[in-house]
Design a protein around this ligand. Structure first.
Ligand SMILES: Cc1cc2nc3c(=O)[nH]c(=O)nc-3n(C[C@H](O)[C@H](O)[C@H](O)COP(=O)(O)OP(=O)(O)OC[C@H]3O[C@@H](n4cnc5c(N)ncnc54)[C@H](O)[C@@H]3O)c2cc1C
Length: 416
């Protein structure tokens, strides 16, 4: 009997996980399936090497659906089948042991993303999965009960794992949205997430400053997103993990042309109450009235940030603290506690880590990730309408959804 073929479009995290799980499932069932990954770049897994600053924050120990945007019902269902523990075992079987850092962030023990990619490559070789690189899939159409790729490559089942539009230098150029759409899958509006926030008023003086803070995104008077941690002030606005995390709400506002106003507030001393900040400044003034205002806050935040707070309060940094009035101290306190910035947008897909929106999961069976009306078509990873916050949630989704799609595609072929 002729060997059935499963094709995977995209050799990224989800595509590799899908192919490996499909091969393992076929082996368990005693089935012989030809599994081929088509990858447009010269090598598979380029993006994995860039993850976690080259250390690969491979997943989070906690599969909290609240850390995801998009279709959370699907996230919950997929994690019920392949949870972080099962993904840890998946990697353990390949010899990759993990180590946990703060907030449940897991990394390979080697602290090298290359070791994760190597293990996946060796696993695919071992499982006889074929990888065809330098091959972009530009079209997919129904042909009998299977699919025809690029007008000439026949496959009995198809897994679309080409990612979103974020960081196109790593291969994800959005072409898989078009492929799925041409097969009848609706694509929800896509927009960049986990990216920097651009401000209307640029502050070049603060470029390069890093400091702890809490960001709130306020849309039409309502807080829609918040995060705290180390902020990075840049020439275009603000970056760092907290800014990246709240960028989703900002990006969605602009991408969907939402009505009304969106602003950002920054609390630069989130561990202090306004009363404590006021008393701190008052004490500095009383204890050292000759101190220049430019040095007033340098005991609690980087000097440049302190100067910018003083300037925002319309106070000359060369003034002596002894001349500060209680009213001026109240204004400085307010600015430290809740500095308001007008937002102009976010950085584009080029500088984002994940794409929000994507293939509408209501058109898929979330128990199998097979399209409801197109038998044999599966999708996984970022191409689907799921995006996570920082902390390993996006790779976590890639492994779990990839493994589910892979195992179900192998079962589908064995029953075909
Ligand atoms: C700089 C950076 C750092 C990140 N760090 C982390 C982190 O530490 N932890 C975390 O959880 N997440 C991280 N992410 C997010 C995470 O990497 C992605 O969410 C995840 O890789 C998505 O996996 P995927 O397989 O769905 O898509 P991708 O990894 O984007 O892979 C898609 C693959 O498909 C190929 N492809 C696309 N279209 C076609 C086509 N038409 N034909 C053939 N091949 C095609 C692409 O070349 C690519 O190889 C990071 C992202 C970036 C950009």
């Amino acid at each position: 009997m002729e060997q059935k073929k499963l094709s995977v479009i995209g050799g990224g995290a989800s595509g590799m996980a899908a192919a490996a799980e499909a091969a393992r499932t076929a082996l368990r069932m005693g089935e012989s399936i030809k599994i081929v990954i088509y990858e447009k770049l010269p090598k598979i897994g380029k993006k994995i090497l860039a993850t976690g600053n080259g250390r690969c924050n491979i997943m989070n120990a906690d599969a909290d659906v609240n850390m995801y945007g998009g279709n959370r019902k699907a996230v919950r269902r997929v994690f019920e089948k392949y949870d972080p523990e099962s993904n840890m075992l998946f990697f353990k079987k390949m010899g990759v042991y993990l180590t946990e850092e703060e907030d449940g962030r897991l990394y390979p023990m080697s602290l090298q993303a290359s070791s994760v990619l190597d293990a996946l490559r060796f696993e695919l070789e071992n499982l006889k999965v074929e990888t065809v690189c330098d091959t972009k899939i530009k079209s997919a159409e129904r042909k009998g009960s299977g699919f025809l790729l690029n007008g000439g490559i026949y496959t009995d089942a198809l897994i679309v794992a080409g990612g979103g539009k974020s960081s196109p230098v790593h291969g994800s150029d959005g072409s898989c949205f078009e492929i799925l759409n041409s097969l009848g899958i609706r694509i929800k509006p896509v927009f960049p997430s986990l990216t920097g926030i651009t401000l209307k008023k640029k502050n070049k003086f603060l470029k390069g400053v890093r400091a702890k803070g809490e960001i709130l995104i306020v849309e039409n008077g309502k807080v829609v997103s918040s995060s705290r941690g180390e902020l990075q002030y840049t020439d275009y606005g603000i970056s760092g993990i907290p800014a990246m995390e709240v960028s989703r709400a900002v990006s969605e506002h602009f991408a969907l042309n939402k009505k009304g106003k969106i602003i950002m507030t920054v609390n630069s001393l989130p561990d202090f109450s306004p009363e404590e900040i006021f008393d701190y400044i008052l004490a500095r003034k009383k204890e050292n009235p000759g101190l220049l205002c430019e040095d007033l806050l340098s005991g609690v935040m980087p000097k440049k940030l302190g100067i910018s707070k003083i300037q925002s309060a319309q106070i000359n940094p060369s003034e002596k603290t002894g001349s500060l009035t209680k009213n001026q101290i109240a204004v400085i306190t307010e600015i430290i506690n809740s500095d308001i910035f007008e937002i102009s947008g976010v950085l584009g897909f080029e500088n984002s880590q994940v794409t929000a929106g994507g293939a509408d999961l209501s058109l898929f069976d979330i128990d199998t990730l097979e399209a409801k009306n197109i038998k044999g078509l599966f999708a996984c990873g970022e191409v689907l309408d799921v995006d996570g916050r920082c902390g390993g949630y996006n790779l976590g989704w890639a492994w779990s959804s990839g493994r589910l799609a892979g195992s179900c595609a192998a079962k589908f072929l064995s029953e075909k």
